[in-house]
Structures are given as structure tokens and as C-alpha cells.
Design a protein around this ligand. Sequence first.
Ligand SMILES: *Cc1c(COP(=O)(O)O)cnc(C)c1O
Length: 405
Amino acid sequence: MGDYVVRCAGCMSKLPLHALTCPLDGSLPRAEYSSVQLKPRALPGIWKFHDWLPVTGIIEGAGEGSVTYKSTGLAAALDLDNLYISFSGYWPERNARMRTCSFKGLEAPPTMQRKREMDDKSTMVVASAGNTARAFAEVASITGQKLVLVVPESAISRLWVTVEPGPVIVVGVDGDYYQAIEIADRLTSCPGYLPEGGARNIARRDGMGTVMLQAALAMRCLPHHYFQAVGSGTGGISAWEAAMRLVGDGRFGRNLPRLHLAQNLPNAPIYYAWTGKEPGPVSQVMYDDVLFNRRPPYSVAGGVKDALEATDGRVYGVTDWEAAMAKALYEESEGIDILNAPAVAIAALVQAVESRLVSKDDIILLNITGGGVARLKEEMDIVALKCDIVVSDPEELMNFMEGRA
Ligand SMILES: *Cc1c(COP(=O)(O)O)cnc(C)c1O
């Protein structure tokens, strides 16, 4: 189970199992699993894909997976015959029970399980614009693992759990996501703290890759097109890697799906890098700030650029207005509330249909990366996490942590 080696995506040299970077060329590490075929196990949620996750055990009570269904509502509105939707969130009528309501809930359980298996007593540190922090808080509360979350103060309202809160410290940052990352980096440079690694962590990527695995099982083939809203682009890399494994399996088709990645203008570095367009000035307000990462893993080997090149991909720039229209269209035609980020992916699909980049009978997978928060609140009590301290620079956080130790 979960038998694998880790290789550098650039030079292919074998790396230590827990490497976050190749010491030779700085490229992304990638898991190479000994199982070549996908054999779903009789385990709950994402653990079903155990052979292609870098863990040996599972976390009971965590790890709900995405669901895939064939769209009728949105498909009719866009005149598409084979539109499939991957939904990560809470929508019990469709059997979607991810209580943290975003696909970050696919990354956190394998990452925390892997940490348990490392037998490492250090505290996990996660910098996040909100959704990742919520997903990790839920898992840490279930397992009792220590966790420090570093989030912009404006995102604290996104932090809640549906279980008894565990040993989680919440640090609000008087600044944006980028400043939260810098402050978290300072903390993880100290002994006793472990960075979760973001896109460099194979457990995060392969957890997200279960979206493609789950969809391929439901559709019985790989899609022609994959649409997703991206900030760091980690989900795009994960979809590409999962698709390569499915091609290797041999039963799901021979062609990699084309990646269609969507960013919210004007804070869209991946869009500007890929299209070569001149970046506009950064905007302080965004339709969805979870989609802004100033340092996406773009040109690193095994990163976003490689994923786009390998799949003959496209990157879309979406305005706030297009995203708002797309969100309304989806919610009306499909009947569930969604987060703002996936609306950006829907708007990209609308653009692709209008410019005939996809055809009516193409098999399309649209990743609705988060939704069902309103639906969840109808039937579950959520516990808001309170902020333990607000800091504006790394030293303030270091003093606070020393005071607690
Ligand atoms: C994080 C996030 C994204 C973007 O994910 P990437 O890491 O850039 O692939 C999209 N949608 C939601 C809801 C998210 O939380």
C-alpha cells in the first residue's frame, strides 16, 4: 500500500522521501508509485486512492472526497453535451460531504497523515488566505496535532471547524497573504516548526490529484478539457500528474486533458507569464483573494509552465464582473451555492465556449473547487476559530511563540 519513491521532476534523481525540493536543481519532487493501475480500495473518501497517495495509514473521520456528476443545468445554458462537474464541498443531495467546503480539504488529510507517519514532533505551520487554513484546522482538530495558522486578518472569518477545536494557534497578519507567507517562513526557520511546503509537498498535490482520479472513475475516461481557477496553480499541476498516472494505467485513454487555468484580473501573474501580456497594476480588492499568489511555482521544473506545455494548455484572465455573472449562472442552473474562486473557472469556460476553444461534444471537466457553505450552515453547527494574536512583523510572532513555549 502506498509504495513509492520520490524523484526530482527535473533531473529525475531519487530524493529523500520527505524532500520539498531537489538539492541539485531546485525542481519539484514527484512521487512515483509502484502500482501502475488504479485499484480503488474499500476505504472512505480519498483514502480509496491509497495506492497513489504517499501515506501508509489513514485518518478516520477525515478525508471526504470530491464528487463528479454530469451537468444538465449549466450544460444546457452553455449548449454542451458532455460537461462533467467535480464538486468539492458540502452538498449532501449529491453525496458531497466535505465539511470544510473547498478542495483544500483534499490536501490537508494526506499531509497531516504523512506528518504522523514521519513521527515528527514539530508543529506544522500553514500560511493561507483562508481555505487552506480551515482545511488544516479541521484535520488537526480531529487528530490532535499541533498547528499554527498564519492568515491575513481579513480572512479570519473564513476560519471555522465543524468539530471540537484542537491545539490550533491562529495568527492574524496585519497585511495580505504574501506578508502572511513571509511571517510564516520566519517561524519555520526555527527548530520545532515544520513548513507544509505548498506546491512542493507531494502529499498536498496527490491529495488534490484525487479530483482527476475520482472524475476518471465516474466518467470511465480522461476528459478532453480540465477547467480550474488557480492562484498558485498547484491544482493544475496535480491534475496533470494524476492524468499522467491514468494514461500510464492504460484504461482511461492515451491523451492528457488540456489544462484551462483561470485567474482573476488584474492580480494574475500566471496569466501574464503564459500569455506574455503586460501585467496591470496590482489591485487591493479582488473578487476572490484566494486566487492571488505572487510567487506561483511557474517556471520551476515540474511546475505550472511544464504542466501547460505538456497539455497544450490555456490560461484565461477573468474580470470581477465576468466572474460574478458566471457565479449567478451556476447557482441558478445547478442549485447550490459556491465560493467565488470557482466562479472564475466557470467564466473561463464561458469564454472558451464563446471563442470555440471547446466543442459541443467534447468531454469537459469543470472543477468547482469550493461550495456549499450556505448549505452546510443549514444543518451543521460551526465553531469559529478565534484569533490568538495579530502581528505586523515576524519578530512580534517570534516573541509571542517564545512566550507560549
Ligand atoms: C486555493 C483555491 C484555488 C486555487 O488553487 P491552486 O492551489 O492555485 O490550484 C481555487 N479554488 C479554491 C476554492 C481554493 O481554495
